[in-house]
Design a binder for this molecule. Structure first.
Ligand SMILES: Nc1ncnc2c1ncn2[C@@H]1O[C@H](COP(=O)(O)OP(=O)(O)O)[C@@H](O)[C@H]1O
Ligand SMILES: [Mg+2]
Length: 277
């Protein structure tokens, strides 16, 4: 298969100019996002306490009132909306004040297996036809297992949401001598419009009626803290590939050396797992 990331044959000078321009754009964007994050966190913080009061009092009402079924249902709706607001607040605070990664030597394949195991039922229900192709013998890499898992789960959920009636999901890891360890997730979903490609990593950018627009912004933040890269290739109407690149030799230093990698390997069921030759 032709890689969607192939065809980067530029001259060295051209590459340097493009890289410099990209870096400048990223710096401007990161300043803008920082300001947006600070503002959003301020608002989220202010909303948190009143929301807790609403939640508490609504729970009291549920206990004390004898409600008709229709009224009961209305109250359940209120609880659901409270939970949604709480989730948004958590995500905004998480984005604005990210937790520092706990770097530990770990295995990229292990994170992938763990996330697939966690999302197994979700993928079956979504009629996602999953194929997995993991590069054997990947060297250990330094990472925060839970944070990388959070990124992978965000990517998996986005892929599934891009294939409303089901579709094909391809997940792989590979090793590129120059670039490093690569994780790819490809879906046969609706794809991303060119005009959206620059904005999907912005906090609150969403095309979904129930979306929060926080998944990719948090994910990219985590990936950057790992000294890794997130790339995307997408064709509207055909599908999307997200790629994570963990460069060789630039891994962050482990906070706790000699610690064994987190959780033990679990077999992936319900998905087709194939070994690379
Ligand atoms: N795999 C994908 N296929 C198509 N669109 C995607 C994909 N992943 C992300 N997107 C687009 O990026 C937007 C932002 O994603 P995200 O930050 O996870 O927020 P949310 O999922 O809440 O909308 C989505 O609303 C969607 O438009
Ligand atoms: Mg999402």
């Amino acid at each position: 298969m032709l890689s969607p990331f192939a065809g980067r044959a530029h001259t060295r000078a051209g590459e340097a100019t493009t890289e410099a321009r990209k870096l400048e754009q990223r710096l401007q964007q990161s300043e803008r996002l920082k300001a947006l994050g600070t503002l959003a966190a301020g608002i989220a913080h202010e909303i948190r306490n009143p929301l807790a009061t609403i939640n508490f009092n609504t729970q009291m009402l549920r206990r004390e009132l004898e409600l008709l079924p229709a009224q009961q249902e209305m109250l359940e709706d209120v609880f659901e909306q409270i939970r949604k607001m709480d989730r948004i607040i958590q995500q905004v605070l998480h984005f604005a004040r990210p937790r520092d990664p706990q770097f530990v030597p770990g295995s990229l394949n292990e994170v992938v297996r763990h996330c697939l195991d966690m999302s197994k039922m979700y993928l079956i229900k979504a009629h996602a036809e999953v194929s997995v192709d993991l590069q054997p013998d990947l060297p250990p890499t330094v990472m925060d297992f839970n944070q990388i898992c959070q990124v992978l789960m965000n990517l998996i959920i986005n892929s599934v949401e891009a294939m409303p009636g089901g579709g094909k999901l391809r997940i792989s890891t590979s090793l590129d001598q120059e670039q490093g360890q690569i994780f790819d997730i490809h879906d046969s979903g609706i794809g991303i419009l060119d005009e959206d490609k620059g904005r999907i990593f912005d906090p609150f950018f969403t095309r979904k009626p129930e979306g929060t627009g926080m998944g990719l912004s948090i994910s990219r933040q985590i990936i950057e803290k790992h000294g890794a890269l997130m790339e995307l290739a997408s064709i509207p109407g055909e599908g999307t590939t997200f790629r994570l690149i963990f460069p060789v030799g630039t891994s962050p230093r482990p906070a706790v050396p000699d610690q064994p990698p987190e959780p033990s390997a679990k077999t992936v069921q319900g998905v087709k797992t194939k070994k690379k030759k």
